[in-house]
Design a protein around this ligand. Sequence first.
Ligand SMILES: [Zn+2]
Length: 668
Amino acid sequence: MSHTGTHGMYMAEGGGSTGMSMAGPPPLGHMTAPPPNKYPHSGPTGLTGSTLQPQPEPQPPPPQQVLPNIQPVNVQEVRNILPATPITVSTPLLPQHLRDLNPDPSVFCSTMSTVPATSGLLNKMKLPFAIHIHPFKDSKARECPVINPSTIVRCRVCRAYINPFVSFVDQKHWRCNFCFRNNIVPDNYDYNPQSGKSGDHSFHQELRHSSVEYIAPSEYMVRPPQPSVYFFVIDVTYPTIQSGLLDVFCATLLDCINKLPGDSRTMVGFLSFDHTLHFYNLKPSQAQPQMLVVSDLEDPFIPSPTSLLVNLRESKELVKSFLQDFPRMFVDQRNLQSALGPALAITEKLLHQIGGRITVLMSSLPNVGPGALKVKEATGATKMDQLNMSASTDFYKKLALDCSAQQIAVDLFVFSSKSQSIDLMTVSTVAKFSSGQALVNTVIDATKAYRSNVASTMQGAGAKLTLPVSLRLLPLFILSLLKNIAFTLSNRQNTDCRSATISTILTLPLDWLISFFYPKLYALHTLSDKDTVDSDGEELLAPPILQLSAEKLTRYGVFLMDYGTGIYIWVSKEAPADVINNIFGVPHFGAIPESMTSLPLLENNLNRLTNSLICQLRLSRQHFMPLLVIREDGPHRLLFINYLIDDKTEDGTSYYEFLSHISRQLTK
Ligand SMILES: [Zn+2]
């Protein structure tokens, strides 16, 4: 699997255009902006590579450069719609010198590889035309220049930063490649202090690289750089204590207290809460931590303004002894009342001068003081209300806006039991999601638009459910969205899990998100050295990706599933003893331990390849991917089975039933 292959596994194959879709600079003096909502550079089929800059004379690309992406595919007839080999992200149709300047597609890529030539067709398709940006995604592979210019040059109209794709109209003017307006070149911009020469601005890093990092001058700052501030807000109600969460939190923080990012100015503070607020004086002059309790939740005050947020280096021993003793302070806790709202509000007051990061650990529904919530299931809310996932108070949203304005970030670590809702949707104030029907309509609309505008002229395109090659995976992915906990109408799902999933979806990088919705399934028992591809001189494993269907799970197989945030290994009951021995280092199926979470390193090829694949997947993600080995007869089997999206499940139809459904909608 190549780097770009991982990223664009299911994106359209070459021929279209992704990345920063800007054509080369037009000739000097050409200053006409394009008419609004028109996409120039129209090809004979009405679909072209994306080219947004005005062209003096539109030149349709040769048909063979465009057509592969829009060739018809009757998706109902294809048994294995997933591509056999990884698909690399297509590269924009640019002259070579601009191609080199273009950012890596993993940093900057268009949602469409083939862009409709008119805004009317784009509207009919109902597919979002957007740019996906992942800053620094390529920082390992490419060096990002850090620059500290005296003036940061930006477009006066749209505020775009000057970049390699702007054009210089004359010595005094440059034209923005986003809004096509002319801007004045700053005085002395062509003076190179290193060579002492004038007349050529091409030495500027921002004109040579599409990704640069600016050292922000003071006018870009709300205030001078502040120390790193970590403030921990901890729910100490009964569930937190009883579950052992508080012990785990303290042990973990003790473990990494020396690794908190920051310099010698780094500051820390702690606040715990049940029905009251507990502050901790950790000044280095203290012999031991001092607890200060505030019980006024309506208008809480800060009991000791200068001693609650302390310099970590100066107070480290006190902080360590606090973390060692903290869990024991609440061993007899039976309180179920949680004043999360007041705890967060007072923390915001404490940090508002300096900013920082608030880390919240919680297990209970906030139920006292401002921001108190009621258990949704108990308030008579209908199932539909619960599915709509609306926040029941704007307390947390207002607080979030206040925090944001003060440069305060809040991380929630939420641990709720299945039986106890904590109304995460309100606490996390995530906007409500629309229902799944909109997703189904998107397939239908895309198919109709394709049929009426493009396919009518092509042989074989008249079949009922025909999509262009580039969209052939759309129905499969829509189905995977519909079956995901974020969108499913099934009421088996806990609303807190749903909210957590929605929050996850809104923040995951694209490559990760694709696996999150439609996991990648690989057979391990057939893994061999032949399953490698060369990616920029590096050998990577790229075994065939299997459809997520029980029919792919042979009775004697061992399979690896990458579900975005983690990895499952599925072991079938009849997997041969030598395969099991090679991978897991145990003699037979029955000897594989329950809840095995790592593989041994053994002296055989299958074990080496399996560990390499796991390592490769983990390196491709920003967060650690946990591993779980699942035996076919084990208690965790449903975790794996529920991901067999192609099959009929409790949460929805099979893939082929879904295609029939779309097909029927088309004839209505
Ligand atoms: Zn502009």
